[in-house]
Design a protein around this ligand. Structure first.
Ligand code: SAJ
Length: 455
């Protein structure tokens, strides 16, 4: 009897692996956002029949008419090619498509509530849908970022209860976290090592077979370890940036240039300090540290939460510098016009999710200042007036703040800027993009984050 069961299990697994190798496996990707759509398109490119499921009609319609609703280098071409080839289609929450699939990758958002606690409602909804379509021999992969223990305490029991099937013997379940950064999503999906954490050996093996058709390097582990490793990566980055930000404030106090300090410290072979800035934005770093600590009893000795608070407070610091700079140059705050350059959350992307520009603009508006925002890639202006060009943005401005380190802003024509701004203009360089000495020769008063005002 036991032998019979083993035989059945290994036959099921061999059949599944064969369907990956001969590309007959049908894949469904749940969620067509910044990660889900590149995932669906890359598996289609690898030769699979892929259905990208999403609840947003405009997203489904766009994909089916060969248009990528996500702006990401190379993605438009990939979507178009695979839709035209009949390997990729999009479907509106289709239960039938999930039923027909042999493997499902769940790639839905896992945000946090205002209380900073994880909001797993999108994942729970996805699990219900997948559970209804889950059948014997199916592979279910979660690629959304999740709090520690979610696979064991939520995903596995939910799917087993809904299906009456047992993970490992009847179907396979793995956590394969995404590690791609917007702006480099396609190349990082293929090139970055991918963690494959099955809830058991069979699941790890089956998920590895699938992902190795697209990803160059896989690292096998278990689901619980992969969950924490994923969160540790982004939390490490957030804590490191918080350190750089505190260092910037220390340097301002001593009138020393933090850029030089970091450059020198990083010549030590075991030191890599990140860059200070006006805050940490984007869909991941501001939230993942909270996912990591969400199941732990709150403690006052918490480096992770402290780092989050430091990074969140940088927007206050930038606004305080604006107010100080306006006062220093004898400008009246109520009549001042301030230009915010960059509303994207980081360099060279058209993505303004949780951008530090938002709290900076809101606080300036609350102080009664007229704010104009310009971003070469993003339409978002967070309530400020939006300018269509750089020269329009700085026209009649008293103070220019560089919030996003877009390459385009690094090459800014200071002569042109000077010809458009008001008298006694100010530049606040929150990304340390410009050379202070050159900026000053054009007649601007320069304030740099971590540069010090006495320089
Ligand atoms: N930032 C700094 N200083 C730095 C680096 C970044 O202030 O030295 C700021 C950026 O300007 C931005 C924020 O941090 O506002 C986040 O930027 P990021 O470069 O960390 O990139 P993300 O959020 O686009 O992507 C991160 C990546 N994680 C790591 O590099 C460890 C990516 O690989 C993950 O896949 C992604 O999170 C994710 O989806 O989890």
């Amino acid at each position: 009897m036991i032998y019979e069961k083993c035989d059945k299990n290994s036959l099921l697994m061999e059949k599944f692996i064969k369907s990956i190798q001969d590309r007959s496996l049908r894949l469904a990707v749940l969620g067509s956002g910044y990660v889900g759509l590149p995932t669906a398109a890359l598996f289609a490119e690898a030769g699979f029949n892929v259905v990208a499921v999403d609840v947003r009609r405009e997203v489904v319609d766009a994909v089916n008419s060969c248009v990528s609703p996500v702006r990401e280098p190379g993605l438009q071409e990939l979507v178009e090619r695979n839709v035209l080839a009949g390997r990729l289609k999009s479907s509106l929450n289709s239960q039938a498509d999930l039923h027909k699939a042999d493997a499902v990758i769940i790639s839905v958002q896992t945000p946090i509530y205002k209380s900073k606690k994880p909001n797993l409602s999108f994942l729970k909804k996805a699990l219900k849908e997948v559970g209804r379509g889950c059948h014997e021999g199916m592979l279910v992969v979660v690629s959304s970022t999740i709090p520690p223990g979610t696979m064991a305490n939520l995903v596995k029991p939910t799917l087993e209860a809904l299906t009456g099937l047992r993970v490992e013997s009847d179907f396979y379940l793995a956590y394969v976290p995404e590690r791609i950064a917007p702006g480099r999503a396609l190349q990082e999906f293929v090139g970055n090592p991918r963690l494959v954490g099955g809830v058991g050996h069979n699941s790890t093996r089956v998920a590895s077979e699938l992902f190795k058709t697209v990803c160059k390097k896989l690292i096998q582990t278990d689901a619980a370890t992969a969950e924490i490793a994923k969160l540790a990566e982004n939390t490490f980055r957030d804590v490191n940036i918080a350190f750089a930000n505190q260092l910037a404030l220390i340097c301002e106090h001593y009138g020393v240039d933090v850029k030089k300090v970091i450059e020198l410290a990083n010549t030590h072979p075991r030191v890599t300090i990140h860059l200070p800035g006006p805050g940490v934005g984007g869909p991941c770093l501001p939230k993942d540290p909270y996912l990591l600590i969400s199941g732990i009893k709150p403690s006052r000795r918490d480096i992770i939460k402290t780092a989050r608070r430091i990074n969140d407070s940088m927007s206050d610091h930038v606004v305080n510098v604006v107010l100080l700079a306006l006062k220093d140059t004898g400008k009246d705050v109520r009549n001042a016009k301030v230009t915010v350059l960059g509303t994207a959350y980081k360099a060279d992307v058209a993505d303004s999710r949780l951008s530090p520009a938002e709290p900076i603009i809101l606080k300036l508006l609350n102080s009664g200042i007229k704010v104009v925002a310009y971003d070469p890639y993003c339409q978002e202006s967070f309530g400020a007036e939006r300018a269509e060009s750089l020269s329009e943005a700085v026209r009649g401005s008293d103070c220019i703040i560089i919030v996003t380190d877009h390459a385009e802003l690094k090459k800014v024509d200071l002569q042109l800027l000077k010809s458009e701004v008001k008298e006694n203009p100010i530049i606040i360089d929150a990304r340390r993009m410009l050379d202070p000495n050159i900026v000053k020769t054009f007649g601007f008063k320069y304030y740099g984050l971590g540069y010090g005002f006495r320089n």
